[in-house]
Design a protein around this ligand. Structure first.
Ligand code: ATP
Length: 276
């Protein structure tokens, strides 16, 4: 399918062949101060699928991920140009409430970051802030079940979330994210601080969650991308005229195709370990 490099005209939005897109970018560029970090991304994210972002360090994967729930708004000097559509609405329109965006498009970070509160409160807190009128016990149980953590914590819900192992903390963070009933879950290297067993649990969980959620995962682990994702977007970085490096989308397709038959030379070289 489609490949793209910075000399292309970028007129064609890259869609890896799915019909329903939840998110879409149009000529999306991101700057930190005057420095271009990501250039002209046109892509669609298919609904209820797992899309992996891969590429060398500094090519803008996390920056792009943060555009999808307006988390870059919280970074000083970060400026987003172009458009991001969520369900055909421009996420950066002044009418859009970024807090509501972050409820619908949740995020799980590299390092598990439970609140320093009980396991129960980690789940219930967000729902309470939203004034949701539902049975909290049920919400807590359901969310922990969905995150494959319930059986391990059901007898210690009052214990601090920080007392759990790293892998359990990450599943607690996933439970916390899905308790808010998001449509999309963004995961920024969610397994990079976990041991292999916990990584496997989280990968199994990602597999199950895609029945209900659209998932985008940034990963440095090529095996992980090929195991968990339906689609893979490869980003690369180049030097600009000003001497700084900026990222851009090179190739985006079904994961099997990207890994077995990459179209761009840069993708081939990256996947074969020539750079990274
Ligand atoms: N908060 C920030 N302030 C200034 N520059 C930033 C900030 N965050 C990222 N950048 C810059 O933007 C570029 C893209 O960074 P980003 O973290 O998005 O890349 P990445 O592909 O996710 O990298 P990695 O794989 O190493 O996590 C880099 O040059 C980085 O230095």
């Amino acid at each position: 399918m489609s490949t793209q490099n910075q000399t292309n005209n970028h007129r064609n939005t890259q869609n890896p062949g799915e019909t329903t897109a939840v998110l879409q970018t149009e000529k999306l560029s991101v700057y930190y101060g005057d420095t271009l970090a990501l250039r002209d991304v046109y892509m669609e994210i298919p609904k209820q699928r797992v899309t992996a972002f891969i590429g060398p360090s500094g090519c803008g994967k996390s920056t792009l991920l943060r555009c999808f729930n307006r988390l870059n708004d919280l970074i000083d000097k970060c400026r987003v140009e172009g458009k991001v559509f969520y369900r055909n609405k421009n996420l950066y329109s002044p009418k859009i409430d970024p807090v509501e965006v972050r409820r619908r498009i949740g995020m799980v970070f590299q390092k598990p970051n439970p609140f320093p509160k009980s396991i129960y409160e980690n789940i219930a807190y967000g729902a309470r802030i939203q004034n949701r009128k539902e049975n909290m016990d049920e919400l807590v149980e359901r969310s922990l079940q969905r995150a494959a953590l319930w059986s391990e914590v059901k007898d210690k819900l009052k214990e601090n979330g920080l007392s759990l192992s790293g892998g359990q903390q990450q599943r607690l963070c996933i439970a916390r994210a899905i308790a808010l009933k998001p449509e999309v879950v963004l995961m920024d290297e969610p397994c990079s601080s976990l041991d292999p067993v916990s990584t496997q649990r989280v990968e199994e969980l990602i597999h199950e969650l895609k029945e209900e959620y659209t998932i985008i995962i940034v990963t440095h682990n090529m095996q992980q991308a090929s195991r968990v994702s339906d689609y893979t977007a490869f980003f690369n970085a180049e030097e600009s005229d000003k001497g700084n490096r900026f990222g851009y989308l090179v190739e985006y397709d079904e994961t099997g195709k990207v890994f077995s038959n990459p179209q761009a030379q840069a993708t081939k070289e990256y996947l074969s370990g020539k750079f990274g």
